[in-house]
Design a protein around this ligand. Structure first.
Ligand code: HEC
Ligand code: HEC
Length: 265
């Protein structure tokens, strides 16, 4: 038996709303919870339901709020208020809808001035949204000042492939997270500038408590070796993160450290 789609979306909303809470302090935190899968394919869904589902994904599984805010500058990313309107003017010849979809699937194709190219493709791990979720999220972003006109067919069939079939392959780093935590606190001196879960409190650099939830292992690894080359996280001073960690840390210390950072979610 198949549930009517409205009911599915409704149930999704209740589950997500129930599990969701966030702490409105200066350091964005999103409560950890098992990802919900939203499937809207093949059903009738009203535009209002779609926008609402997209808003919930924005607040929860999308983890967008670790970087973005609406109506306020985020720690790491542009304010998304009015993005539905300005999306039409970002790239000449590209519609608002096409721009928004591109900014989710290929964020590096157009990098907003003043920001580093650190947004991960949200249909890939660690965020790994599926096609329905991308559809709903696009509708929600369009609703922020623009016209909601996205259909499921606008989302490329290949999008979210990593999310299909129950989740993304975990990247295995052959390091020891316990040893890595010691490197974080000791030789790496990371703790002088970063908070990471229960350890640390310094606000000099971004809070890394959920870094593995929003960033790829690739970004995390490169950021340690070449902080400047990876761009400066918005709202933080450039050139403060030491540039010589790659030469100061032994290979094993580096791998252990990365393994530790990948536990932060
Ligand atoms: C790791 C931080 C990070 C996460 C997580 C993140 N973004 Fe971004 N996003 C950015 C940054 C930085 C930019 C600006 C640079 C660029 O254009 O790539 C950006 C740009 C954008 C833009 C273009 C804005 C404009 O004014 O043109 C949109 C739309 C957007 N993000 C939506 C989202 C959504 C929706 C999510 C959640 C599914 C998300 N982002 C998750 C960092 C992030
Ligand atoms: C002297 C202060 C300082 C030290 C020490 C330091 N960092 Fe940073 N780090 C920063 C600052 C400031 C930023 C943000 C500006 C930038 O992007 O360069 C940053 C950014 C980062 C980011 C990117 C965060 C994001 O949200 O995208 C990661 C990951 C990171 N640091 C990891 C580390 C690790 C691991 C160590 C220890 C090996 C370390 N840092 C040591 C200051 C520091």
């Amino acid at each position: 038996m198949r549930l009517p789609i409205g009911l599915k979306v409704g149930a999704f909303a209740v589950v997500v709303m129930g599990g969701y809470s966030w702490f409105a302090n200066s350091i964005p935190q999103i409560e950890s919870k098992p990802p919900q899968e939203l499937s809207l394919e093949g059903g009738n869904v009203t535009q209002a339901q779609l926008v609402k589902a997209g808003e919930e994904i924005y607040h929860t599984k999308g983890t967008c709020e670790i970087c973005h805010r609406i109506g306020q500058q985020g720690t790491r990313a542009p304010d998304l208020a009015g993005v539905g309107a300005r999306a039409a003017k970002r790239k000449p010849g590209t519609s608002a809808k096409a721009y928004i979809i591109e900014s989710l699937l290929a964020p590096q194709a157009y990098v907003v001035e003043g920001y580093p190219p650190i947004m991960p493709a949200v249909d890939k791990p660690p965020i790994a949204l599926n096609r329905s979720e991308l559809w709903a999220l696009t509708a929600f972003l369009e609703s922020l000042g623009g016209t909601v006109d996205v259909t499921l067919n606008d989302i490329p069939a290949t999008a979210g492939a990593a999310a299909a079939g129950g989740g993304a392959a975990e990247v295995k780093i052959p390091g020891d997270p316990k040893q890595g935590e010691l490197v974080f606190q000791g030789k790496g001196t990371c703790i002088a500038c970063h908070k990471a879960g229960k350890i640390g409190a310094s606000p000099v650099g971004p809070d890394l408590s959920q870094i593995a939830k929003i960033q790829t292992p690739d970004y995390i690894m490169k950021k340690i070796l070449d902080p400047k080359g990876m761009g400066t996280v918005a709202g933080f001073p450039p050139g403060v993160m030491p540039q010589d960690l790659g030469t100061r840390l032994a290979a094993k210390e580096y791998v252990d450290l990365v393994a530790f950072l990948l536990t932060l979610k």
